[in-house]
Design a protein around this ligand. Sequence first.
Ligand code: ATP
Length: 270
Amino acid sequence: ARAKMMELIEAPNVTYDDVGGLDSQIQEIRETVELPLTRPELFSSIGIEPPRGVLLYGLPGTGKTLLAKAVAHHARATFIHMSGSELVHKFIGEGAQLVRDIFQMARDKAPSIVFIDEIDAVGSIRTHDGTTGSAEVNRTMMQLLAEMDGFRERGDVKIIAATNRIDILDPALLRPGRFDRIIEIPMPNEVARLKILEIHTKKMKLAGDVDLSSIAKQTEGASGAELKAIAVEAGMNAIRREATVVTMEDFRQAVKKVLGEEEKADESLR
Ligand code: ATP
């Protein structure tokens, strides 16, 4: 959500091991995005069209961007990240041209993955309701659809789009043939939360009393991004105490700070 309009990474250094609790989603995206990039001959020899792209949907902070970067890493592809909302809100009047430029760059730097964050900002039903700017947003969307339809033959550019609001997406984007798969990225359950905590504490010096399973149990409703924030905050607590290891008490306070404040923020909205 905090992404810049565009960011290009040659081959991101995120791997599937950095993604916790999304095993079946990783499996699905490997088949639809990684395999066509690394083994295109499998598709041509069997005689089917390789998939062109997938849509990931799920709540903020569940790892959609992380997963897209991991795919690019394993496919040794250039990762081009564009933000749908910035395309619409910051580059008014230039959206369609920017989409064209980004896909041109993707072809120049192929094999590549174009990751479109917050695609709902460009392709939402609400942008077609006649409010100001909607004609411009429409042009951006038309350009995006044209690019998606256009790379049927260019096997080495894949698209991964992400949204938190699949409910407001323009049906034109969900039509068969646009995205080959629509993959839900769920909030982590307890097992997944433990995996995510293990990933983010791997390099931390933990005291003997730290029980990650119990933290996973107590963090129902936390996203991957929040679990990472808890690990960082626990580390900060240890630094504040000038301690050399992070204790269970550091984690307890971190959980309270990261998840407790969120509840307060929610209340103030009511
Ligand atoms: P948004 O919709 O807000 O853009 P997102 O789904 O793209 O969110 P990410 O940006 O991938 O979420 O997550 C933010 C950070 O949270 C990641 O860089 C990572 O450190 C951590 N994180 C989120 N989900 C996971 C996960 N499943 N495993 C490990 N870390 C995770």
